[in-house]
Design a protein. Structure first.
Length: 369
């Protein structure tokens, strides 16, 4: 580098000169080693005074091709139609920032950069410093991540629908085949039992036991069908199905469950009603299995643009590591369903404080593939 400082005339000047050289050397090292593109402009003439090696590499123009040109006379910036406008804005405000600016390199490739410029006074000369960061790879990664999330989202919807279809199909088969056969068996058996029971009291007792077993199997089959696909959901709609489920829950587990619905008809489509029903089902099952609660509550509130579903219990609660857990399948499935319908879930629970689950669900769904 050429020495631009005059020879020292006395000791004091020599010391000052040394300090200046040190400072210049430090600045040069920073400028040349920077991992961002840096461009220095004269704020009055708009001429480029310096560019660092990183910017030369990034844009493919040589140092000489930049130097002395006005900003809009060099390829990539000429591409930016409003370059002169940018310069005028810089002169006026001293600051310009673009989060995502497309620039074309000398080879014709289009890159995306973050562009930040500041104006400052350097010993009477106004200098504009532009910091240019290549964010092409980051933007591409963001795009790919977004696409991959969208694909996963669609896949989840597809899988959940397929699973619901399979469950409904299986419930029908179970009901139609096993359920009907059991009913026929019971009728035949009752006919036979009536005539056999009077012959021997010992046979009568065994027949009664068989009858009870058949009845238990019929009940178990009906329960399995309901668990697989609640018939009420299809036949009487979401509101009736959820009311019936809450009643059964109270009856089966002896835990009173308040159901607070602020509408008699939420007008939910199949995707939403099934998802909300399954979320309530999993939450109440968890309350029955883990909470040791004396009271449970399910509420659904229509807030206009969205619905607020709340499921709460006054049971033992759970530690923080479980409320955010994404490894246990019940909670994971619940989060996936919420995600599938574009909702948001918040679980508030702590040992001894019960559990409070809130799910907000947008009413207009953009999930259908
Ligand atoms: N309402 C609740 N009260 C207390 N603890 C709960 C409650 N809900 C969930 N938990 C705790 O969180 C854990 C995870 O629940 P999650 O539903 O994911 O799994 P699980 O019920 O154990 O099994 P499954 O996969 O059959 O649902 C439970 O094992 C339990 O310890
Ligand atoms: Mg569970």
């Amino acid at each position: 580098m050429q020495d631009t400082f005059p020879p020292p005339t006395d000791v004091h000047a020599a010391t000052t000169l040394k300090a200046l050289r040190r400072s210049e050397s430090r600045y040069r090292r920073l400028f040349e080693a920077a991992q961002d593109g840096i461009l220095l402009l004269n704020a009055d003439t708009a001429q480029i005074e310096d560019v660092n090696p990183y910017l030369v590499d990034m844009l493919g123009y040589s140092h000489a091709e930049f130097l002395g040109k006005k900003l809009w006379e060099v390829g990539p910036f000429a591409d930016v139609a409003e370059s002169k406008g940018v310069f005028a804005e810089l002169q006026a405000t001293g600051y310009v920032r673009y989060e995502d600016l497309p620039l074309r390199t000398k080879t014709g490739a289009l890159i995306q950069v973050e562009f930040v410029s500041n104006t400052y006074d350097c010993e009477g000369i106004k200098v504009i410093q532009c910091n240019i960061r290549d964010i092409t790879l980051r933007k591409q990664a963001e795009r790919e991540l977004g696409e991959s999330k969208a694909h996963l989202h669609q896949l989840t919807i597809f899988l959940q629908r397929a699973r619901e279809d399979d469950r409904a199909h299986f419930a029908r088969e179970l009901h139609d085949e096993l359920g009907q056969n059991l009913t026929a068996l019971r009728i035949d058996f009752n006919g036979l039992a009536d005539s056999l029971a009077s012959t021997d009291p010992a046979i009568g007792a065994r027949l009664a036991a068989i009858d009870q077993m058949i009845n238990c199997t019929v009940d178990a089959t009906r329960l399995m069908c309901e668990e697989l696909r609640p018939g009420m959901l299809d036949d009487f709609g979401f509101e009736a199905a959820i009311a019936s489920y809450a009643r059964n829950f109270t009856h089966q587990f002896g835990v009173p469950c308040d159901l607070l619905l602020d509408s008699e008809d939420y007008g939910l489509d199949d995707l939403l009603s099934t998802a909300i029903f399954r979320i309530v089902q999993e939450s109440l099952t968890n309350i029955a299995r883990h909470a040791h609660a004396s009271h449970a509550m399910v509420a659904l509130k229509d807030r206009g643009d969205d619905l607020l579903l709340t499921i709460a219990d006054d049971g033992c609660g759970m530690p923080a590591e479980l409320t955010g857990a994404r490894k246990t399948y019940g909670m994971l499935g619940m989060r996936e369903r919420v995600n599938m319908i574009g909702g948001h879930i918040a679980i508030d629970s702590a040992p001894g404080r019960g559990t409070h689950i809130e799910v907000s669900i947008p009413k207009s769904q953009q999930t259908t593939p």
